[in-house]
Design a binder for this molecule. Structure first.
Ligand SMILES: NC(=O)C1=CN([C@@H]2O[C@H](COP(=O)(O)OP(=O)(O)OC[C@H]3O[C@@H](n4cnc5c(N)ncnc54)[C@H](O)[C@@H]3O)[C@@H](O)[C@H]2O)C=CC1
Ligand SMILES: O=C(O)C(=O)COP(=O)(O)O
Length: 532
C-alpha cells in the first residue's frame, strides 16, 4: 500500500480544515509552537506544510524538506515564507487571500473606534474601582477625514465602513485606477505627502515590502495634522515604531491602534507600551471564527489538490489563469511539453535561446501555462523535478534565454506551436505541433520545417537517409527482426536525394539496433528521441 502523504500543520487552523485533510487520506501532523529546529525535523518527509503567520519557512527550513511540494498559508501575508527559495526548490506557495478580509477590516474599524472613544482606557479605570467621567472624553468620526494607504481588499472594506459613518475617505495606492477609486467613492491621492496633512485618521493596508517599509516615518509624521490618529493592522514596520513614539511624545498623534509589530511577539520593553492612548492587540486581525473556518478549509483544499493531484490554485510563485483560458489552452499543454522534450533532444548542446511562436487562436490567448509546459518538457531529461514553479529559474540557470511570440501570420494549421532552439554555434533547430481530431491529440507536424506526423507517445527513431527505393523495407526488416513494433511512420523528402524518416516505436530501441541502422551506407544520421 502507498504510504500516505504527510502534511505538517505548523500553526493552528480550523479543525474543519484538519478534518478535510484527513478525509482526503492524508497523514496530518499537527505541531504548533515548534522551534525552528523542530520544524526542520518535521518538514523533512512532509509533502505539504500549512502555516499562518507564526512559523517561519526560511531557506534553512526548506533545505531540510526532502519531499515538499506545497506550502499553504492560511491567510494573506506570505512574508514569513522565503518565496525565492521555495521557487528555486520547485515548491509552490499558496495563500487564501479573501477568507480574512472582513475580519481584518472589522478589527481595524474597532481600533479606529477605540482611538476615537477611549473605551479600553475607561474600562481599565472602572476595573481599578474608579468612576471617572471627565478623563475619557472622545471625539466623533462624523465628517472627519480618513486616509487609507493601500486600497486592496481590506482597504476597500474599511472605506465602506467609514462612509457609513459619513467620513470623507482619501486613498493612496499607486496601483489603484481612478475608475476603481470612483466606484468606491474615495478620492485618490497621487502623492502620499499630499494626503497626510488632510487626514484626521490614517490606516495602512498593504504588504510590507522594501517600498512600504517605514512609509510612515519621522518625515511623514511631520507632515501630519496635530491630533492625527494612526492605525496599523497590516504589517509591523509600515509605520516606523520609533517615529510613532516621538510623534506620541510630541502630541502630534492623539491616538494609535496597533495589531502588528516590527517584531512579533511585541517587544516587552517597547517604549510604545508607555502611552495610554495606544491600544494594542496581538495580531488578531484574522482571528474570528468565520475567517479561520474560511481560511482553514480553503488552505486544506489547496494543499490536498496540490499534493494529491498537482493542481495549483492561488499560487504566489506560479502563474495561474482563469477557468476560461485554462479550458482553451488545456489541449495544448501536453503538446507543448512534448515539443519541449523533442527540441531538447534534437538540439546540439549549449542551447542559448528557446523561442516559441503561437499561431491561430493560440496567439490571442494568455499562454503562460503553455510556455511553462514547454520549459518543463525541455528540462525533463536535463534536470530533476522541473515543475511549473521552478522551470523558468532552472532555464535561466542554464543560461537559456526564453522568448514567446504571438504571431498573426497564417500557418498550415489553424493552430500551431513552433519552437526553435538556437545553439552556441548558431545552429537553429525547429519543431512544430498542433492538436488533431476529436480527441484533440497532440501531433508533432514539422521538424526543421519538414512535414512529419508524430504522436510522440514513446520512442521515435529519426533518420536522415538517402531517398531511394527499398529504404523503408530495410529499416523495417532490421527493427522487425529484433521484434520492434513500428506504431507509425512518415517519410519526408528534404533535399534532392535525402529524406527525413520517422519511425514511432512502442519502446526505446536497443543500442545494437541503432548501431546496425547507423552502419547502413544509405543512412547519414540517426537520432532516438524519447517522450515517455
Ligand atoms: N492583522 C492581520 O491579522 C492581517 C493582516 N493582513 C495584512 O493586511 C495587508 C493587506 O491585505 P489585503 O487587503 O488582503 O491585500 P491586497 O493585496 O488586497 O491589498 C494590498 C494593497 O496594497 C497596495 N499597495 C502595494 N504596494 C503599495 C505601496 N507601495 N503603496 C501603497 N499601496 C500599495 C496594493 O496595490 C493593494 O491594493 C497585507 O499586508 C496582509 O498581510 C491581512 C489579513 C490579516
Ligand atoms: O493573513 C494575514 O496576512 C495575517 O496577518 C493573519 O495572520 P494569522 O493567520 O492570524 O497568523
Amino acid at each position: 500500500m502507498n504510504k500516505k502523504a504527510k502534511i505538517l500543520v505548523a500553526d493552528p487552523i480550523s479543525p474543519k480544515g484538519v478534518e478535510l485533510l484527513k478525509q482526503q487520506g492524508l497523514d496530518v501532523v499537527e505541531a504548533y509552537g515548534s522551534t525552528p529546529e523542530q520544524v526542520k525535523e518535521l518538514i523533512a518527509d512532509a509533502e505539504g506544510v500549512i502555516v499562518r503567520s507564526e512559523t517561519k519557512i526560511t531557506s534553512d527550513v526548506l533545505s531540510c524538506a526532502k519531499k515538499l511540494k506545497a506550502v499553504g498559508r492560511a491567510g494573506v501575508g506570505v512574508d514569513n515564507i522565503d518565496i525565492p527559495s521555495a521557487t528555486e526548490k520547485g515548491v509552490v506557495v499558496m495563500n487564501t487571500p479573501t477568507g480574512n478580509t472582513i475580519a481584518t477590516a472589522e478589527l481595524t474599524f474597532t481600533h479606529i473606534m477605540c482611538g476615537t472613544r477611549p473605551i479600553v482606557q475607561a474600562n481599565n479605570s472602572i476595573r481599578e474601582g474608579k468612576w471617572d467621567r471627565k478623563t475619557f472624553k472622545g471625539s466623533e468620526l462624523f465628517h472627519k477625514t480618513l486616509f487609507i494607504l493601500g486600497m486592496g481588499r481590506i482597504g476597500s472594506e474599511i472605506a465602506k465602513r467609514a462612509q457609513a459613518f459619513q467620513m470623507t475617505v482619501l486613498a493612496y495606492d499607486p496601483f489603484l485606477t481612478e475608475a476603481r477609486a470612483k466606484s468606491l467613492g474615495v478620492e485618490l491621492i497621487a502623492n502620499l505627502e499630499d494626503g497626510l496633512p488632510r487626514a484626521d485618521y490614517i490606516t495602512v493596508h498593504m504588504p510590507l515590502t522594501p517600498a512600504t517599509k517605514y512609509m510612515l516615518d519621522e518625515k511623514a509624521f511631520d507632515k501630519m495634522k496635530k491630533g492625527v490618529r494612526v492605525f496599523n493592522c497590516a504589517r509591523g514596520g509600515i509605520i516606523k515604531e520609533a517615529a510613532l513614539v516621538e510623534a506620541l511624545k510630541s502630541g502630534k498623534v492623539a491616538a494609535a491602534g496597533l495589531d502588528v509589530y516590527e517584531s512579533e511577539p511585541f517587544a516587552k520593553d517597547s517604549p510604545l507600551r508607555e502611552f495610554p492612548n495606544v491600544v494594542f492587540t496581538p495580531h488578531l486581525g484574522a482571528s474570528t471564527k468565520e475567517a479561520q473556518e474560511a481560511c482553514g478549509i480553503e488552505v486544506a483544499e489547496l494543499i490536498a489538490a496540490a499534493v494529491k493531484d498537482g493542481i495549483i490554485r492561488n499560487a504566489v510563485n506560479a502563474p495561474s489563469v482563469n477557468a476560461e483560458t485554462l479550458a482553451a489552452v488545456k489541449p495544448y499543454v501536453g503538446l507543448c511539453e512534448k515539443l519541449g522534450t523533442l527540441i531538447q533532444q534534437i538540439s546540439a548542446n549549449k542551447v542559448q535561446k528557446l523561442k516559441v511562436s503561437f499561431y491561430g487562436k493560440l496567439s490571442q490567448l494568455d499562454n503562460k501555462l503553455l510556455m511553462l509546459a514547454l520549459q518543463k518538457g525541455y528540462l525533463k531529461l536535463v534536470c530533476d523535478n522541473a515543475n511549473d514553479v521552478n522551470a523558468p529559474s532552472k532555464l535561466k540557470h542554464l543560461g537559456i534565454e526564453f522568448e514567446a511570440v504571438n504571431s498573426s501570420a497564417e500557418s498550415d494549421y489553424s493552430e500551431l506551436v513552433v519552437v526553435e532552439s538556437v545553439c552556441e554555434k548558431g545552429e537553429v533547430r525547429s519543431v512544430a505541433g498542433t492538436v488533431m481530431g476529436k480527441g484533440l491529440m497532440p501531433r508533432v507536424v514539422k521538424i526543421d520545417g519538414n512535414d512529419v506526423e508524430i504522436s510522440a507517445k514513446n520512442s521515435v527513431l529519426l533518420l536522415v537517409n538517402k531517398d531511394k527505393p527499398g529504404m523503408v523495407a530495410t529499416i523495417a526488416a532490421i527493427l522487425g527482426n529484433k521484434n520492434y513494433n513500428i506504431a507509425n511512420m512518415t517519410v519526408s523528402r528534404i533535399g534532392a536525394d535525402e529524406a527525413l524518416s520517422v519511425y514511432e516505436l512502442d519502446e526505446h530501441p536497443s543500442s545494437e539496433v541503432v548501431a546496425e541502422i547507423e552502419k547502413l551506407d544509405s543512412v547519414d544520421r540517426v537520432k532516438v528521441v524519447d517522450f515517455s
